[in-house]
Design a protein around this ligand. Structure first.
Ligand SMILES: [Zn+2]
Ligand SMILES: [Zn+2]
Length: 135
């Protein structure tokens, strides 16, 4: 059994992958719903207002946004920047473009099928050329 001290209240608890104890985790979850409702009702509230009004550190709000659990509305004027290219985004860690390019990189790395297909295509086109030259 892995027992650790809660990062938040310091109490010992059984570690199950989260750095805080179940009680603190529950409190944090409640806070999350409070923040989410608050942003829903006050779509133009800035991050510092939300933080002050609800007593949640801005870092925590940003974390939820990065986790795509919270998203700011377009009219809020609040954005966070893409961790790759710095473009303004409303939620998550990366902008659409970076997400797409990362997905492509991933399929290049793991998509052997893709590579085989490309090789086949290359072979086919060179065959075509040869035929064309013969004619
Ligand atoms: Zn705790
Ligand atoms: Zn980006």
């Amino acid at each position: 059994m892995d027992v650790r001290n809660c990062k938040n209240c310091g109490k010992l608890f059984q570690y199950v992958g989260k750095p805080i104890c179940p009680a603190c985790n529950k409190k944090l979850e409640d806070k999350f719903f409070e923040v989410r409702d608050y942003i829903y009702e006050n779509p133009t509230a800035s991050m510092s207002v939300v933080s002050e009004e609800l007593g949640v550190p801005i870092q925590q709000i940003k974390k939820w946004v990065r986790e795509e659990r919270l998203a700011f509305s377009k009219d809020s004027g609040i954005t966070i920047s893409c961790e790759k290219c710095g473009k303004a985004i409303l939620t998550g860690r990366f902008c659409k473009e970076c997400k797409n390019s990362m997905r492509n990189n991933l399929s290049n790395l793991y998509g052997t099928e893709n590579t085989v297909q490309k090789q086949k295509q290359a072979a086919a086109s060179s065959n075509g050329k040869m035929r064309f030259l013969k004619n």
